[in-house]
Design a protein around this ligand. Structure first.
Ligand code: CA
Length: 243
């Protein structure tokens, strides 16, 4: 049975979620503060999905997400953001959330999103050894002067200098989008629309933070990038094999 942790301070909403998710066959725990959520996670309670409200008393959803990331607590997370706060969405992804819904949301959509997170959950677990016949070709892109860097979009692992970095889903989506446009400048607005499905009037600054983070992973010297170049007045450009 899949276990869901709901972090929501509006008790009627938390209980509504519990009732409906239990009816769908999930085991549900609810807490009403970020601190209580972190306590449960630190205690080692295993959850398959976290539903995390942004607006919480005390530590908010961003704070919870940030601590989870810093302490390696990897649970697929869907954030609940307030309507009209599209910047919250980017902040949430920046903090490491995997998906989001804007309140008020349709329950059928929430359940579909949870199923989506459960399907992607495999990348958070150590790979089991599948039977050779069942193994699918992996979605891997190799780059770098000596083909010494590669990213596996199935496992969300990025290998650079014999080091492995675990990307968040959104870091991986952004990197894939850049790779798909290899050699061409990509505007911040098109990243917002295609990677995050956000309107173009959203603040684009968080994108720069995503790029800074990707550079830290994949550049030999993040201060003089060779793969993720800045294109002044436009955005960024990915170069697979620097000259
Ligand atoms: Ca709230």
């Amino acid at each position: 049975m899949n276990r869901v942790l709901v972090v929501e301070d509006e008790s009627h909403l938390a209980e509504g979620l519990r009732f409906n998710l239990e009816a769908e066959g999930y085991e549900v725990e609810t807490v009403d503060t970020g601190e209580a959520a972190l306590e449960k996670l630190h205690e080692g309670m295993a959850f398959d999905v976290l539903i995390l409200d942004v607006m919480l008393p005390g530590r908010d959803g961003f704070g919870v997400m940030t601590e989870m990331r810093q302490t390696g607590l990897l649970v697929p997370t869907l954030m609940l953001t307030a309507r009209g706060h599209s910047d919250d969405v980017l902040r949430g992804f920046e903090a490491g959330a995997d998906d989001y819904l804007t309140k008020p949301f349709d329950l059928a959509i929430l359940i579909a999103r949870i199923r989506g997170l459960l399907r992607r959950r495999n990348w958070l677990q150590p790979p089991a050894a599948p039977a050779a016949s069942a193994r699918k070709p992996e979605d891997v892109f190799t780059f770098g002067v000596d083909s010494d860097k590669w990213v596996n979009f199935d496992s969300l692992e990025l290998w650079v200098r014999n080091q492995v970095f675990r990307l968040t889903l959104m870091e991986a989506n952004l990197l894939r989008f850049m790779i798909e446009h290899e050699g061409k400048p990509v505007s911040r607005k098109s990243m917002l629309q295609k990677v995050w499905s956000l309107q173009e009037d959203t603040d684009t600054r968080p994108i720069d933070n995503f790029i800074v983070r990707l550079r830290r992973y994949l550049e030999d010297d993040p201060k003089t990038p060779k793969h993720l170049l800045t294109v002044r007045g436009v955005g960024y450009q990915f170069v697979a094999v620097p000259a």
